[in-house]
Design a protein around this ligand. Sequence first.
Ligand SMILES: NC(=O)C1=CN([C@@H]2O[C@H](COP(=O)(O)OP(=O)(O)OC[C@H]3O[C@@H](n4cnc5c(N)ncnc54)[C@H](O)[C@@H]3O)[C@@H](O)[C@H]2O)C=CC1
Ligand SMILES: O=C(O)[C@@H]1CCC=N1
Length: 269
Amino acid sequence: MSQKVAVLGTGKIGEALLSGMIRSGWSTADLLVTARRHERGEELAARYGVTVTGNAEAARAADTLILTVKPQDMGTLLGELSPHLPADRLVISGAAGIPTTFLEDRLPARTPVVRVMTNTPALVDEAMSVISAGSHATGGHLAHAEEIFGAVGKTLRVPESQQDAATALSGSGPAYFYFLVEAMTDAGILLGLPRDKAHDLIVQAAIGAAVMLRDSGEHPVTLRENVTSPAGTTINAIRELENHGVRAALIAALEAARDRSRELASGSG
Ligand SMILES: NC(=O)C1=CN([C@@H]2O[C@H](COP(=O)(O)OP(=O)(O)OC[C@H]3O[C@@H](n4cnc5c(N)ncnc54)[C@H](O)[C@@H]3O)[C@@H](O)[C@H]2O)C=CC1
Ligand SMILES: O=C(O)[C@@H]1CCC=N1
């Protein structure tokens, strides 16, 4: 028997997941989507050939519902779904900060809820999706969430108490790397390189470093030491990074992201 999956609030993350599920072989006949704006629904239907429906109908028809609205919109969406949700449907939340108890309190008693924090590299099947069970979710529900999010990259189970930290590290993580590339491209301009060449050099350095981090089995410190020649160029750059407190800035930045995730727990912004 086919399992119907509905993506509710199909914006950037919802669409990235939807497109990845289709790329990895899910039948569009088993996928439903909802959108707040009519034109957005039409766009998704035309682009993917999926059925676009309302939230209440998706709640009635789907076996698994994936909620990809902003945290601030989660309360309203749950209010629209709850009266129509049959027992035992799996509800997966992709929202930052929102605890599973927020959903459980607003859905029919004993609804299994799974919380997932993915990231935008889902668009290129390189996401990291961090998965936690709510009070009524079983191993089978977690495995189903892994099957869905496995379509767009890697998955990792963590206790829900680690979700705000995971959001700071990997949910927001790609933004930090884009920020670094942007800043280093500016540095290239300062050093006299044309912007397009500076961009290409830094992006390839980032890709090379990322593949080595993933595949070499070496610790990042060893990889950095291998680049850092005695009395060479790199150590001069590292000294400036340390002088400007970049390590401390990163620690403080991720702590601030974690704190914001905790604040979003109220679901009201
Ligand atoms: N953008 C990112 O890098 C990541 C975002 N997230 C989480 O994913 C969620 C979505 O983020 P984005 O995709 O960036 O936002 P988005 O704004 O692109 O998408 C949210 C969509 O939900 C729709 N929506 C709101 N209320 C609705 C309702 N009642 N019924 C139907 N549709 C409704 C909006 O019209 C919008 O299209 C957020 O909770 C965010 O915390 C998680 C990981 C990474
Ligand atoms: O910035 C945000 O709130 C979302 C959640 C993780 C990445 N983007």
